[in-house]
Design a protein around this ligand. Structure first.
Ligand SMILES: NC(=O)c1ccc[n+]([C@@H]2O[C@H](COP(=O)([O-])OP(=O)(O)OC[C@H]3O[C@@H](n4cnc5c(N)ncnc54)[C@H](O)[C@@H]3O)[C@@H](O)[C@H]2O)c1
Length: 251
């Protein structure tokens, strides 16, 4: 595989789950990867894994809710690898499960701050770095970005916002050769999905999966494959779109 040969990529939330799987696939595709996460030890382990396979990677500790961290992240990619071609803005948190009136303002701001404002911060600096030569950006939304997520109002609002941000920026930056898309995962086997299942009514995740077409949860790699494709030149006619990768949950 060499679909990303010579490209420089940023992946946020790359220490675990879907982000980790994408960072590994990007590196196997030939990209130099900046592994960005707020968790250093697991992030460094991903860098070591990439290096062990003969790839090039760098860890950068970031909290995407900080604009300063996101600016520093893009600068680190440019300083170390000379440019920025690809960004997978994926870091996200689920928050707690409660009725809308009980979500709480602090919780609301925290979820929006990471899941939506975090992507905005990253995009502002990524777009500036890509404008001169073009690039590809993929943002992680969710099935909760296109339909209701009862008892997760803040999360659903943040993910609906990701799709609006993605579409609007795509309209603006097509002329600069920058394609911008979103992915909408369903239930994918990661720490976040486990955490959500534990916080929800027992059996509700199983019921959700039973109602989906493929009747199972996805592997992180199955979501990452879509991201790899969207970031590659094979997706040269694809922008301003959001793609379900949910085993048919929303079909
Ligand atoms: N797993 C699912 O079922 C599922 C479904 C739909 C959408 N998603 C979305 O996929 C994305 C990745 O989630 P995952 O399932 O791989 O979860 P995960 O918990 O396995 O990984 C998330 C990673 O993001 C990092 N992170 C969290 N907050 C951060 C911050 N403020 N700054 C930097 N890094 C931060 C975490 O440290 C972690 O390494 C999220 O945006 C999530 O909302 C996941």
């Amino acid at each position: 595989m060499s679909e990303l040969q010579g490209k420089v990529a940023i992946v946020t939330g790359a220490a675990a789950g879907i982000g980790r799987a994408a960072a590994l696939l990007f590196a196997r595709g030939g990209a130099s990867v900046v592994v960005a996460d707020r968790v250093e030890e697991a992030g460094q382990a991903v860098v070591a894994e990439i290096a062990g396979e003969g790839g090039r990677a760098l860890f950068r500790r970031v909290d995407v809710s900080s604009e300063e961290d996101c600016a520093g992240l893009v600068q680190a990619a440019v300083d170390r690898f000379g440019r920025l071609d690809i960004a997978f803005n994926n870091a996200g948190i689920a928050g707690h499960v409660s009725k809308t009136e009980d979500q709480g303002l602090e919780h609301w701001h925290r979820i929006l701050g990471v899941n939506l404002t975090g992507i905005f911060h990253c995009m502002v600096h990524e777009l500036r770095a890509m404008k001169a030569h073009g690039g590809a950006i993929v943002n992680t939304a969710s099935v909760a970005g296109v339909r209701a997520a009862p008892y997760s109002a803040a999360y659903a609002a943040s993910k609906h916002g990701v799709i609006g941000l993605t579409r609007s920026a795509a309209r603006e930056y097509g002329r600069h050769g920058i394609r911008i898309n979103a992915i909408c995962p369903g239930v994918v086997k990661t720490a976040m999905a486990e955490e959500l299942a534990a916080a929800s009514v027992p059996g509700s995740t199983e019921a959700l999966l039973a109602a989906s077409i493929l009747r199972r949860a996805g592997e992180p790699e199955e979501a990452a494959e879509l991201v790899l494709w969207l970031c590659s030149d094979k997706a040269s006619f694809v922008t301003g779109a959001h793609y379900m990768v949910d085993g048919g949950l929303t079909a």
